[in-house]
Design a protein around this ligand. Structure first.
Ligand SMILES: *Cc1c(COP(=O)(O)O)cnc(C)c1O
Ligand code: SF4
Length: 346
């Protein structure tokens, strides 16, 4: 696999716009990396291409809004160690690595992604696996990052083995964007490694945001998992200029379902520094989702959810009774455990 890392190199393939050329890396941005595979799917003649918008940075990332911050989900406050986030009683997230083969400009884990820490150390893996071993109430682990498939197959086997040796019953969600960013990573060798861990399910959690990402190579990678018995779920982010259109989302969700990937979440963009240009105001999001639900079957319909600021957790927007304040500047929502939370309307 090869990637593009600089604006100069990108300029040879795409004619960059002034805003794209004015981008610079700072504390509110993630690094620049685009895989050759994803670049090949971009229409170079369309400066508004929805795939381009996801991976080519613009100067808008260099400005933040007052209500945004670098860790809006307060993951650090809910961490057992730098890699293990325990926010819900029965499931944990393990940050395998901060590295991705391609960085999404809307990435919500900016406090961590691309921060050059690399994969979790042997100590961090063992300490986290011990913790999960000592807490039988934990039923699921999300292996996430970064993108854990930047690890070699040997390292993937070692990592999963560390957790499963303590907890053969532990269900695993393997979170990866490789099926969109570089589907050639998914091959029989990887499948054979994962098949060894057959004492409990491994779910493959993908991120496709636009129907054009579902190219023949991605469909082949999906089929490898599905044929081997690994259920697949997709988590999309609602993104202005990418998929903020009921027809586009309907095509994405229907094509995912036809490929045996269940659309699981459609996330409202988190309040992360430098991402306001991607955020769809909640009022429009609710309208788009209502139209989407009229277009697709129940199986193809994801849950429209917000991961609330300050680590309040995910809420289903459909069941959280959002109410717009009188001055139309904030929404008030209820979490499943009864907390009342305020969310900006812009
Ligand atoms: C999203 C998330 C989960 C999983 O939540 P589900 O609603 O079960 O998909 C678990 N832990 C953390 C820290 C999360 O951010
Ligand atoms: S693949 Fe995930 S972790 Fe990596 S940049 Fe994209 S959203 Fe962030």
């Amino acid at each position: 696999m090869s990637q593009i890392h600089t604006l100069e190199a990108l300029q040879k393939t795409l004619r960059l716009t002034p805003s794209e050329m004015a981008w610079h890396e700072d504390s509110s941005t993630v690094p620049l990396a685009i895989t050759d595979h994803f670049l090949s799917l971009i229409d170079p003649d369309d400066p508004c291409d929805p795939l381009r918008a996801q991976v080519v940075p613009t100067a808008m990332e260099n400005s933040s809004r007052s209500w945004e911050n670098i860790d809006p989900l307060a993951e650090v406050a809910h961490s057992i160690n730098p890699r293990l986030v325990h926010r819900y009683a029965n499931r944990v997230a393990f940050l395998v690595t901060d590295v991705c083969p391609m960085y999404c400009r809307h990435c919500f884990r900016r406090r961590f992604t691309g921060s050059l820490q690399g994969p979790a150390s042997e100590d961090e893996i063992n300490q986290s696996a011990d913790y999960v071993g000592e807490h039988p109430e934990i039923r699921e682990i999300l292996l996430t990052g970064g993108d854990m498939l930047t690890l070699s197959n040997n390292a993937v086997e070692h990592l999963i083995g560390a957790f499963r040796s303590r907890r053969p019953d532990l269900m695993i969600r393997l979170c990866t964007r490789y099926l969109a960013s570089d589907p050639s990573r998914i091959d029989c060798d990887l499948i054979n490694v994962l098949r060894k861990f057959n004492t409990a399910p491994i779910f493959i959690m993908t991120q496709f945001n636009h129907p054009r990402e579902l190219c023949p190579e991605s469909l082949r990678a999906i089929a490898l998992f599905a044929d081997a018995g690994f259920p697949l779920f997709n988590q999309s982010v609602l993104l202005h200029g990418v998929n903020d259109d009921p027809e586009v989302l309907a095509k994405l969700c229907e094509n995912l379902l036809a490929a045996r990937v269940k659309p699981y979440y459609l996330f409202q963009g988190d309040l992360v520094s430098g991402t306001s240009h991607f955020r769809v105001p909640l009022e429009r999001g609710i309208d788009i989702f209502r139209k989407l639900s009229q277009l697709v079957s129940g199986l193809a319909l994801p849950v429209y959810a917000i991961d609330l600021p300050n680590g309040m957790g995910k809420v289903n927007i459909g069941t959280s009774d959002p109410v717009l304040d009188e001055d139309h500047s904030r929404w008030t929502l209820k979490t499943p455990d009864g907390h009342v939370v305020s969310y900006p309307a812009e």
